[in-house]
Design a binder for this molecule. Structure first.
Ligand SMILES: [Mg+2]
Length: 272
C-alpha cells in the first residue's frame, strides 16, 4: 500500500480526476469517527463543507452500511448518490430488488422476535438488534463476552430462512438478503448509471474490502488506516488525512496548485 498523500500518489489521484470522475466515500470510520453509540457519530463541520464543495464540482457518492434515512441527516450536503445498507438500498433502477430485500428482512425480524428466541440471544445483555429495513445488524460491542456473543449470534443466524449473507464489521454482524449487492457491486452500478469513467473510493472496514478486492481498473481505492492484508492500493493514516485529501481534490478539480497562498480564498472549500 502506498501513502495516498505522497507526491507520487497525488499524481495518480490527479489522473483519476481527469474526465468525469465519481468520488465515493464510506461514512463510519471514514468521514465520521467510530463511536461507541452509532447514533452519536458525527462528520465535522469542516469536512462537511469540503464535501459540499466537492459535490458542486463532480458526482459524489456515499456508500454506507447505515440505512439511507439514518445517513442523510449526518451529511449536511446532498451527494449525487446515497447508497445505504451496504448496497441493498438506493441504487437507481434496483428499487424492485430492494423491496424484495425488505420483505426478507421483515420475515427474519418476525422470526427473531418469536417467543422461542426469548432464552437465546435475547437473554444475553449487551446485544442490540438494529432494523435497517433492507438489512439487519446485530451489535455486540457492549456484550461482556463479545466472542461468546458473536458465536451465539452466528449459530442463531445460520438457522434463519432464507439463510442471510453475513458481513462482519467491528463487533457487528450484518445480515444481508441473499443476492443483495455489496459495496463493490453498488459502486459498479453507479459508474454505469452516472456515465463516470473513473472513480475513487475511500473506506476503512471489511465491507469496503468488497470494493477494494474487485480491483476495477477505473477505480482508485484508498483505505483509512494502513493494513497489510487490505486489497486497497493506497492508504490514509487517519481521518485528519481524509480532510486533507478532500481539500486537495477540490483544489485539483479547480486546477489550482495546492496549497496556493495567492488564491487561498478561491480554493478554500469553506469559502465556496
Ligand atoms: Mg466504515
Amino acid at each position: 500500500m502506498r501513502y495516498a498523500l505522497s507526491s507520487a500518489s497525488l499524481t495518480q489521484v490527479r489522473n483519476t480526476l481527469s474526465g468525469r470522475p465519481m468520488l465515493a466515500f464510506d461514512i463510519d470510520g471514514t468521514l465520521a469517527p467510530i463511536v461507541a453509540e452509532p447514533w452519536r457519530a458525527h462528520i465535522s463541520d469542516e469536512l462537511r463543507a469540503c464535501l459540499r464543495s466537492l459535490a458542486a464540482r463532480t458526482p459524489v457518492a456515499i456508500i454506507t452500511g447505515r440505512a439511507v434515512k439514518d445517513a442523510r441527516p449526518m451529511l449536511g450536503f446532498s451527494p449525487h448518490y446515497l447508497i445505504g445498507n451496504h448496497g441493498a438500498e438506493g441504487i437507481p433502477g434496483f428499487e424492485r430488488q430492494s423491496t424484495a430485500f425488505q420483505r426478507v428482512c421483515g420475515a427474519w425480524l418476525a422470526e427473531l422476535s418469536a417467543t422461542t428466541d426469548a432464552h437465546g440471544w435475547r437473554a444475553m445483555p449487551g446485544i442490540m438488534l438494529e432494523d435497517k429495513q433492507y438489512s439487519l445488524s446485530f451489535h455486540y460491542r457492549h456484550a461482556a463476552r463479545p466472542a461468546l456473543a458473536r458465536q451465539i449470534l452466528e449459530e442463531r443466524v445460520a438457522r434463519l430462512v432464507p439463510r442471510p449473507d453475513i458481513v462482519h464489521g467491528k463487533r457487528v454482524l450484518n445480515l444481508l438478503a441473499p443476492d443483495a449487492p455489496h459495496k463493490g457491486g453498488a459502486l459498479q452500478s453507479l459508474l454505469g448509471h452516472s456515465g463516470c469513467t473513473r472513480a475513487m473510493y475511500v473506506g476503512d472496514d471489511v465491507t469496503d474490502e468488497d470494493v477494494f478486492r474487485m480491483r476495477m481498473p477505473e477505480v482508485l481505492s484508498i483505505r483509512v488506516g494502513r493494513k497489510r492484508k487490505s486489497a486497497a492500493e493506497m492508504y490514509l493514516k487517519n481521518q485528519a488525512d481524509v480532510v486533507r485529501l478532500v481539500r486537495r481534490l477540490v483544489a485539483m478539480l479547480d486546477g489550482t496548485r495546492y496549497p496556493a497562498r495567492s488564491h487561498a480564498a478561491s480554493v478554500s472549500p469553506v469559502a465556496q
